[in-house]
Design a protein around this ligand. Structure first.
Ligand SMILES: CC(C)(COP(=O)(O)OP(=O)(O)OC[C@H]1O[C@@H](n2cnc3c(N)ncnc32)[C@H](O)[C@@H]1OP(=O)(O)O)[C@@H](O)C(=O)NCCC(=O)NCCS
Length: 169
């Protein structure tokens, strides 16, 4: 079945909410996406469609770096694939499409909090290697990726997500 990846469009939020609810089994991530939109923190976003229906979604929002912050680091979250479409390469395709587009723009690096077994295939490594840590004490589950050579240089310390993430577990 063909999968089409495209940028976010007005009118997508209801379907994106449904995908996040189904993937995470709770309302929090869908509400987070809506809140990030309201706050203007949806820096980059893609959806994947099958048969013209949204089945997956990825969002990047700006993060703040304790030292060296220049507004050019993004946090990847959330990433959701509807349960009936998981493990078919759609999540990977979304991550790869997003990272390759971001690599051509102004951003220098991306951080993510997730399973290293999943994210290391895209080039993410422990953020601690770049002197960065997250506010959730996630250890090696907190990862970073330079979008270009030297993309992580000059940053150090705590990385904070937008306030809309506060309270998300
Ligand atoms: C995690 C998720 C985004 C992956 O998307 P997907 O389209 O199902 O995954 P893909 O088909 O691209 O990749 C499949 C590979 O990822 C692995 N994988 C899938 N989910 C994984 C997870 N939660 N942890 C580790 N590895 C995972 C599979 O084992 C498979 O590995 P293989 O290629 O070596 O066999 C999707 O399963 C999902 O939405 N899960 C629920 C929400 C969630 O946990 N989101 C991530 C938040 S960080």
């Amino acid at each position: 079945m063909a999968t089409r990846i495209r940028p976010f469009r007005d009118g997508d939020l209801v379907a994106i909410d449904a995908v996040n609810r189904a993937a995470f089994g709770r309302a929090d991530e869908g509400q987070l996406v809506a809140a990030l939109h309201t706050a203007g923190c949806d820096a980059f976003e893609l959806v994947a469609e099958r048969d013209a229906r949204i089945v997956a979604h990825i969002l990047f929002s700006p993060v703040t770096v304790e030292h060296g912050d220049d507004g050019r680091v993004l946090g990847l979250a959330p990433l959701a694939v509807a349960p009936g479409h998981q493990r078919q390469g759609i999540g990977s395709a979304l991550v790869r499409a997003a990272l390759s587009t971001l690599a051509t723009g102004p951003y220098r690096a991306v951080v993510v909090l997730g399973d290293p077994d999943y994210y290391q295939r895209f080039g993410f490594g422990p953020a601690s290697a770049a002197g960065l840590h997250d506010v959730y004490a996630a250890g090696d589950d907190f990862m970073a990726l330079a979008l270009r050579a030297g993309g992580l240089s000059g940053y150090r310390g705590r990385v904070s997500y937008a306030p809309e993430f506060d309270g998300l577990e």
